[in-house]
Design a protein around this ligand. Structure first.
Ligand code: SF4
Ligand code: SF4
Length: 154
């Protein structure tokens, strides 16, 4: 399920409109409240949920961290540098946890033009561009050795 907006909480500030990578959060011109104009194009990326100062947007989480029928609330607190998550499951139980805000500082992301053009060796490499440096991992990406795999998989 994509995002939806609690109309009584939204104040029409437009932060969700600005941040949505799919450009589907719009402000209703009559009610001055935000709404998702194209739910089936929602990535469920949570950008708008975290950006909303009124905590007025809800969204279904991915099935890999919460099963169907749950609800997920995310509260971004800039001054604490945290995002607080509350997952409520169908049976009423809750899971609450806090993760750090990892937003990259504005203007610090290098554009592809800032990097040297890839050579023939890079094209043959299985790593993505600028890995592992861009992930701050020294000495190559971690990988399982054949003896660490389950028997019969190799
Ligand atoms: Fe846009 Fe992401 Fe919000 Fe969906 S979850 S409306 S894609 S910002
Ligand atoms: Fe409404 Fe929140 Fe969007 Fe602002 S960011 S317009 S309060 S839903």
């Amino acid at each position: 399920m994509p995002t939806f907006v609690y109309m009584t909480s939204c104040d029409g500030c437009g932060h969700c409109v600005d941040i949505c990578p799919s450009d589907i959060m719009h402000i209703d011109t009559t009610y001055r409240r935000a709404y998702n104009i194209e739910p089936n194009m929602c990535w469920e990326c949570y950008s708008c949920v975290k950006a909303c100062p009124q905590n007025a947007i809800d969204c279904r989480g991915y099935a890999d961290f919460a099963p169907l029928g749950h609800s997920v609330r995310a509260l971004r607190e800039e001054e604490k540098g945290t995002i607080s998550w509350k997952i409520k499951f169908r049976n009423g139980s809750e899971k609450n946890f806090v993760s750090p805000i990892r937003t990259t500082d504005w203007g610090t992301i290098q554009s592809p033009a800032d990097y040297a053009a890839p050579g023939a060796e890079e094209y043959r490499n299985q790593e993505l561009a600028h890995e592992p440096d861009a992930l701050n991992i020294e000495g190559g990406l971690p990988a399982l050795a054949p003896e660490q795999l389950k028997q019969g998989v190799v």
